[in-house]
Design a protein around this ligand. Structure first.
Ligand code: NDP
Ligand code: 8X3
Length: 250
């Protein structure tokens, strides 16, 4: 039977590319995000390959997260794989100039949202005695960089949650692992710089960054290993990136 995967943040970037590759590899897909038009468009595009269900919710709204996940149609209600991908950065400011609304958005989306979705799905995985959770961290989960303060803190939290979640779910035979990408050219920097596309494009200038498809391909590899194999912590950077702060540009 085809496995069912729930992907948060599937309207763009890594999540969307993952939905595309998994649909072509015969997974049933639940695609999540706030932008309903994009969810519908993606569903239309992928429905010739796979069964696709759209779940539109803001991950910050815990009532909505639980209501949507608990009312999935029967054919999508057994979730085999959860990809905790939704997340973003808001701003890149020194701590003394940081905007409190930006801080709260990152904490609410990257940490609390990931926890709400996990809390809604983990009991189902425990009951079915199987499951796989992939948490998307970042190189910012492993290192900090100037002005990265709160974004790095939220991703360090994802790293900690991932490691602890793996221990807690180990007795139930549930696989848990994180993938930590370096620079990937998606809408990430457009969101970080609040629609300043020039500033966003400059982040990736003069080198070849990762593409969303590179990470999607790795997610597919990780979830398609035999069930006794759990890839628990994977850092992936483009060749030009030496660390969170070292990049070789032309
Ligand atoms: P994108 O901005 O392209 O995609 C972010 C996704 O998250 C969108 O689908 C968006 O959907 C969803 N999302 C954001 N806020 C919310 C919310 N409040 N409720 C529900 N969904 C939300 O960025 P990426 O694909 O690059 O980012 C995906 C993940 O990868 C993030 O966790 C990011 O931190 C991480 N990452 C990215 C890197 C990069 O360089 N790009 C590197 C390392 C990690 P919508 O707006 O429709 O709600
Ligand atoms: C996204 C990569 O370097 O912008 O997590 O933090 S970085």
């Amino acid at each position: 039977m085809n496995k069912t995967v729930l992907i948060t943040g599937a309207t763009s970037g890594i999540g969307k590319a993952t939905a595309q590759i998994l649909a072509k590899n015969n997974y049933n897909i639940i695609i999540c995000g706030r932008r309903g038009d994009r969810l519908e468009e993606l569903q239309k595009k992928l429905s010739s390959f796979a069964n696709v269900h759209c779940l539109q919710f803001d991950i910050r709204n815990k009532e909505s997260v639980f209501e949507k996940i608990n009312s999935l149609p029967e054919s999508f209600s057994k979730i085999d794989i959860l990809i905790n991908n939704a997340g973003n950065a808001h701003g890149l400011d020194p701590i003394q100039e940081g905007n409190i609304d930006d801080w709260e958005a990152m904490i609410d989306i990257n940490i609390k949202g990931l926890l709400y979705v996990s809390k809604a799905i983990i009991p189902k995985m425990i009951a079915q005695k199987s499951g796989h959770i992939i948490n998307i961290g970042s190189t910012a989960a492993k290192q900090v960089y100037p002005n990265g303060n709160v974004y790095c803190a939220t991703k360090h939290a994802v790293d900690a949650i991932n490691k602890s979640m793996k221990m807690d779910l180990n007795p139930y035979g549930i696989r848990v692992g994180a993938i930590h990408p370096g620079l990937v050219e998606t809408e990430f920097s457009q969101v970080r710089f609040k629609g300043d596309n020039e500033k966003a494009a400059n982040v990736y200038k003069g080198f070849t960054p990762l593409k969303a498809e590179d990470i999607a391909d790795i997610i597919h590899f990780v979830i398609s290993r035999p069930y006794h194999v759990n890839i628990s912590d994977l850092v992936v950077m483009c060749t030009a990136q030496g660390s969170a702060t070292i990049i070789q540009r032309d």
